[in-house]
Design a protein around this ligand. Sequence first.
Ligand code: ADE
Length: 225
Amino acid sequence: MRIDIISVVPELLESPLGHSIMKRAQNKGLLEVQVHHLRKWAVNEYGQVDDYQYGGGAGMVMMCEPLAKAIDELSLDRKYDAVIYMTPDGERFEQRTANRLSLLENLVIICGHYKGIDQRIRDEYVTMEISIGDYVLSGGELAAAVVTDAVARLLPGVLNDETSALTDSFQDDLLAPPVYTRPADFRGRKVPEILLSGDLRKVEEWRFEQALQRTRERRPDILGE
Ligand code: ADE
């Protein structure tokens, strides 16, 4: 999968995409992420990419021309399956959105700043608008990193244990059950006996029960309760 991210603060994406599983995915050639500085397509030598909004009001708007030029230039090299704009008024990002995106080949992600991007770019180029939650970040970069991470870990071969993405919270519409590692007794808090029993069928049953109970307690909305 290839993801091209357009940003005015590309530095914000370096660390989230440069370590751990994201780094491994890229080193293995399963994921290619290119971050593009929007100023490369600025309208003048001062690097201008934003301007005052028509109609007045505080806050700058990212201009059409740099974004259009960026997307047009990137599109010369490949056909994009989706042009995504990160915005708090987009569709709420969920596990099923990540699953759907992980099946695509080439994505462009536009990170907004200030008051956002000119509506005409949304009308002309953007095919999907994503919000990572009902709060406002100071830019789309962290949101783009969240989406990239959630999608990349689903690509076959990225996780070592192929099954582990399938047992994540939300993957089967349940939260994940509790997990334990050594020691078996931590300050008197013991690991549930069943996990030490070696009976895999019973362990699976227990995990399912725990997942169900946790979901009921914490997120009854997921179960439609
Ligand atoms: N940009 C600013 N806030 C955002 C959010 N909640 N989701 C996606 N992009 C954003």
